[in-house]
Ligand binder design. Structure first.
Ligand code: CP
Length: 311
């Protein structure tokens, strides 16, 4: 029998989802992708539901994508940024959220710099929580839209060889992608300088390759991660120039491979560092398709979590 609701009340991380949950999100997103390509892009699914987007860390794609997804579902939306709020006066996370919930908010979407912040919130406040990225821990909706985009481009995720290259150590996208892709039956390889691969890598059941050319020759899809200089308070490699020479993808390298691979990047891109513009903007790149699919996938997540279907 086909599932019609998720096995979880919140979306805190991909680790908590089953393969069936992910497939339900994808089939729901297929319907919403049709909706957002119609002249009238709105449906009444979340009318009278109030959603608070709490962003304690900067965002362009995730914040706009969630807001658009909520508005396409007819939810009432409030947006909160830590800067300019009473957080700067010392108000705690729980007090901040409980005060917002007292105004009859139904669902909280939160981005926070601390790993585990979404799990902590789910334990201490009475609301449904969607994690929009918590430090270097998880970014579940990013990995869902990434896997959805692979499925759309290649027909299936199962059996595909997916490379995640770059600053894995500081990346919440990498961890969520590993969990999501493995649950869907893909093989995952990580590539980057040894200093930017986590020490617990052996527990992740992934292949590891330190040579980018060999990694690219292996894969069907390469997801190039951003170097997260803002999270690096020590030097992990000698210089950006050297990093780019060893771990950046450029058109010459891409064209020298014996097959066409799909290029992905979660954004924001450091153009000319982990990826050159001619690769990011090439026909093999699905970077903007990822962003487009983000709205449909987040509509699906919101519909399944914020709607009254799990009660
Ligand atoms: N991919 C991603 O999370 O981008 P933002 O930080 O702009 O939301």
């Amino acid at each position: 029998m086909k599932m019609t609701k998720l096995s979880t009340k919140h979306l805190l991380g991909i680790k908590d989802l089953t393969q069936e949950d992910i497939e339900l999100i994808f089939s729901t997103a297929d319907n919403f992708k049709n909706v957002i390509n119609r002249p009238i892009k709105k449906v009444p699914s979340l009318r009278d539901t109030t959603i608070a987007n709490l962003f304690f860390e900067n965002s362009t794609r995730t914040k706009i994508s969630f807001e658009l997804a909520e508005k396409r579902l007819s939810a009432d939306v409030i947006n909160f940024s830590a800067s300019g709020s009473s957080v700067v006066k010392g108000e705690t996370l729980i007090d901040t959220v409980n005060n917002i919930l007292a105004m009859k908010v139904d669902v909280v979407v939160m981005r926070h710099p601390n790993p585990g912040a979404a799990v902590f919130l789910a334990k201490h406040v009475n609301s449904r929580i969607i994690n929009a990225g918590d430090g270097a821990h998880e970014h579940p909706t990013q990995s869902l839209l990434d896997a959805y985009s692979i499925r759309e481009k290649l027909g299936d995720v199962k059996g595909k060889k997916i490379l995640i290259a770059g600053d894995v150590l500081h990346s919440r996208v990498a961890l969520s992608n590993i969990f999501c892709l493995q649950k869907l039956g893909a093989e995952v390889m990580l590539c980057g300088p040894p200093t930017l691969l986590p020490k617990y890598i052996s527990s992740l059941n992934v292949k590891v390759e330190y040579n980018l050319r060999k990694a690219l020759e292996w894969c069907d899809v390469a997801n190039m991660l951003r170097i997260q200089l803002e999270r690096q308070n020590i030097k992990y490699f000698p210089s950006i120039r050297e990093y780019t020479m060893l771990y950046g993808i450029n058109k010459k390298l891409l064209d020298s491979l014996k097959k066409d691979i799909v290029i992905m990047h979660p954004g924001p891109i450091n153009r000319g560092v982990e990826i050159t513009s001619d690769v990011a903007d090439s026909k093999q790149s699905i970077i903007l398709e990822q962003v487009e699919n983000g709205v449909a996938v987040r509509m699906a997540v919101l519909y399944l979590i914020a709607g009254r279907f799990g009660e």
